[in-house]
Each structure stands twice: as structure tokens, then as C-alpha cells.
Ligand binder design. Structure first.
Ligand SMILES: Nc1ncnc2c1ncn2[C@@H]1O[C@H](COP(=O)(O)OP(=O)(O)O)[C@@H](O)[C@H]1O
Ligand SMILES: [Mg+2]
Length: 394
């Protein structure tokens, strides 16, 4: 009875006084808590197992690769995955992503975990920057400037005029002529004048550097251009993938062939008014595959020849304007025949160096005379009679 009355009176624990009912409630709660604790431990175990399974799986399954299409203001990234669908993901890699980067996604497609090195990406140069070359930086080539404005600039700026008149502008233009005459400059000047996205690729690199991927890259480039129209795709050294050959093709050549086939398919695939223009350049129009020149492809050819006297004079003026010169007769300099724009620039640089070698900060007639002599003696032509540019200074 003693015990019982003790329970009824409660146990005095220090200054906490508990009644018998309270004790049984606490005991009950204690049991519940232990039970819940056990349940939680079990659940933790299950979760740990799930995490382990997830980790195993993520190592088992390949990680998806995606292309960055755009970066949102809040830092999230729009990427295109297989079949062209677009998703928004968070960048959890330690680097900033840029448009056209190739990235690795986590298995659940939710986040970017890694940015692939540049060698796995399309070498699209000057993609975001506008080239800073203008028509005024190009000497001579008046007729060529006019032609390219008409077939590239006008349709990009004013496509409706072609619709009204009822004609289709050319999709592609091929610039051909000796090296160093300003083909690349001209393509850049058009891009500058049109506000178009300028996508520059070197064709030979497409087939060589990205062995086995050339045709895929061509597809990517056109997709990117269409999505970012107005755009100009500039394919330099197109003979690198478009040389006509006879007989069976095999090995690496087959890849080159595939790249060309893809290019032709892409050219056929877009409409003249899609606001994508393709400018190609070559020093070797003599070997370019005729398939490239069919209607609807590169149906406009613009020859970029070596300049005449007037052209040379204009080019000399462009470079002499930036130089500190004394007693120079531009007419006399411009009388030197068979010079490309690149060679004229080289002569000016060499003349400047002659002055520096003699501790002068201004350039005189003799400096140019020496430079021209050096250029003349280094002039070479290949077996097609095309001048080979000798870089005087690299
Ligand atoms: N018509 C020109 N006017 C001014 N500079 C020129 C001209 N042509 C060539 N150059 C100079 O030579 C360099 C090479 O020219 P580029 O346009 O790359 O030649 P291409 O593409 O025809 O081989 C240019 O960066 C420029 O400095
Ligand atoms: Mg060039």
C-alpha cells in the first residue's frame, strides 16, 4: 500500500513532481518515440540504399550531352537536347556557360554538371562578336563590293523587296581569287554592315580536326544560323571539302565527301528568304566540285582578283594613313604590279621595320624600296600560275 500511495502522491524528483497518470503517459510517449526513432532509422537505411542505387545507376547510364542555346537573366540555361527539344536547366558546373557550348547534363536532365572542352565544340569563330571590318577598310574591289551588297546585304536587310519583285535572291555566294586579295575581309565587311550573326568556319578544319564529325557540325552550324537569323555563314577554304575527284573515295576522303553532302543538303534545305546567307571563299575555284555551283546553292560567283593600279593605290592609302611617313610618293609605290592586298600590307609593315632598324620614328622612300624589293624576290607562283603569298612577318 505504501508504494501505491506513493504513486498516487507522485514522486518528488527534485522540484518536478509527477503524478502516476503523468508517469504512465510519459512512458507511453517514450515507447512511441522509440518506435518512431526505429522507423526513422529504417527509413534512413532505405534512403541510403536508394541513394546508393541512384549513384550506381548514374554511373551505369551515360550522361546526356546538350548544346547551350541561351542563358537566361537569372542564370539558368536553355539547352537543346536530342531531337531538337529545348529544356531549361541550372548550371552547377564551376564555369560560366556560353551560347553554343557543349555541356554534360545530370542523368535527370535537371542540371549542367560539366562544360566540355572547346575541342569538342564547333569552332564557330566570331559568333557573338560583330567583325570590326568595314567596306572602308578594303581598298579597290569596287565592283565586288557592289555585287556582294546586292546579293547578300540587300536580301538580309530588305527581303520583302525580292518578294514584291517576284524573284529569289541567291542563297550562297562563292568568292574566288588568289590568296590575300580580301575575300575574308569582304565577308566580314558584309556581316558588319548587316548586323547579321557571323559564323566563320574553315572547311578544311571541319573535315580534318573533327574527323567523323564534319557532317554533324555542318548540320549544327546551319541549325544555329537559322535559329539566330539573320545570319551569315562564312565557309573559308571551301575547296578543302569540295574538291572534285575522280574514282572511288575511301578513308578520310569519305568523311570529306560526307561533309560536302551534308553541306549541299543544308543548302538545298533552306529557303532563299530564310535570312541565312552562305558566303564561301576559295583560292582554287579550278578544283571546286561542280555540284556546289548548281542553282539554289552557290549560284553567284564573285571573282576577287589582284588589284589594278587604282586598287593598289587605295590599299596603300589605307595603310599609309596610319603610318608616320616622309616624302613618300603613293603613285610611285602603286606602280608595282601584281601585288595582293596582303602583300601591300606586308610591304608597309616591312618598310616600318626598316625605319625602326635605323632608329627612325618615320618611314622614308628607301624603306619602301627595300621592302618592295624583298617582296618581289620572294614572290612565287604555284603550278597554276597563282601567286603564293609569302608572309614577310608572322
Ligand atoms: N583589298 C584589300 N584592302 C585592304 N587590305 C587588304 C586587302 N586585301 C587583303 N588585305 C590585307 O591582307 C590580309 C589578308 O586578306 P584576306 O581577306 O584574308 O585575303 P583572302 O581571304 O582573299 O586570302 C587582310 O587582313 C588585310 O590586312
Ligand atoms: Mg582568307
Amino acid at each position: 500500500m505504501e508504494n501505491n500511495s506513493n504513486v498516487n502522491r507522485g514522486i518528488n524528483h527534485g522540484n518536478i513532481c509527477l503524478s502516476g497518470n503523468e508517469i504512465s503517459r510519459i512512458l507511453e510517449e517514450n515507447i512511441i518515440l522509440r518506435f518512431e526513432n526505429k522507423k526513422l532509422q529504417d527509413e534512413t537505411g532505405i534512403l541510403a540504399e536508394e541513394i546508393k542505387k541512384f549513384k550506381d545507376n548514374s554511373q551505369k547510364y551515360p550522361f546526356p550531352v546538350a548544346n547551350v542555346k541561351d542563358v537566361l537573366e537569372d542564370g539558368r540555361v536553355i539547352v537543346t537536347i536530342n531531337f531538337g527539344s529545348e529544356i531549361v536547366v541550372t548550371n552547377r558546373s564551376d564555369k560560366k556557360v556560353q551560347i553554343t557550348d557543349k555541356v554534360v547534363l545530370r542523368n535527370d536532365f535537371g542540371t549542367i554538371t560539366e562544360i566540355l572542352p572547346k575541342s569538342h565544340q564547333i569552332s564557330l569563330m566570331n559568333m557573338d562578336e560583330k567583325p570590326d571590318i568595314t567596306y572602308a577598310d578594303i581598298g579597290g574591289l569596287q565592283e565586288q563590293k557592289r555585287a556582294i551588297k546586292e546579293v547578300v546585304e540587300l536580301p538580309l536587310k530588305n527581303p520583302e523587296i525580292f518578294g514584291k519583285v517576284g524573284i529569289s535572291p541567291p542563297k550562297g555566294v562563292l568568292l574566288y581569287g588568289p590568296p590575300g586579295t580580301g575575300k575574308t575581309l569582304l565577308a566580314k565587311a558584309v556581316a558588319n554592315a548587316t548586323n547579321a550573326k557571323f559564323i566563320e568556319v574553315v572547311a578544311s578544319e571541319l573535315a580534318q580536326k573533327y574527323l567523323g564529325e564534319g557532317s554533324k557540325l555542318v548540320r549544327e552550324i546551319f541549325r544555329y544560323a537559322k535559329e539566330n537569323a539573320p545570319a551569315i555563314i562564312f565557309i573559308d577554304e571551301i575547296d578543302g571539302i569540295a574538291h572534285s575527284r575522280s574514282g572511288e573515295v575511301e578513308g578520310a576522303d569519305r568523311e570529306v565527301q560526307r561533309t560536302l553532302t551534308q553541306l549541299l543538303a543544308e543548302m538545298d534545305g533552306f529557303k532563299p528568304l530564310d535570312r541565312v546567307k552562305v558566303i564561301a571563299a576559295t583560292n582554287r575555284v579550278d578544283i571546286v566540285d561542280n555540284a556546289l555551283l548548281r542553282p539554289g546553292r552557290f549560284d553567284r560567283l564573285i571573282e576577287i582578283p589582284l588589284c589594278d593600279y587604282e586598287g593598289r593605290k587605295e590599299i596603300f592609302e589605307i595603310y599609309l594613313n596610319k603610318m608616320n611617313i616622309r616624302d613618300i610618293n603613293i603613285d610611285e609605290l602603286s606602280r608595282t604590279e601584281n601585288l595582293s592586298g596582303a602583300q601591300i600590307k606586308g610591304i608597309c609593315t616591312e618598310a616600318g621595320l626598316n625605319a625602326i632598324r635605323q632608329n627612325r620614328d618615320y618611314v622614308v622612300r628607301d624603306d619602301f624600296a627595300n621592302a618592295i624589293e624583298k617582296t618581289e624576290s620572294s614572290k612565287m607562283t604555284n603550278k597554276f600560275g597563282i601567286p603564293v603569298v609569302q608572309e614577310l612577318y608572322v
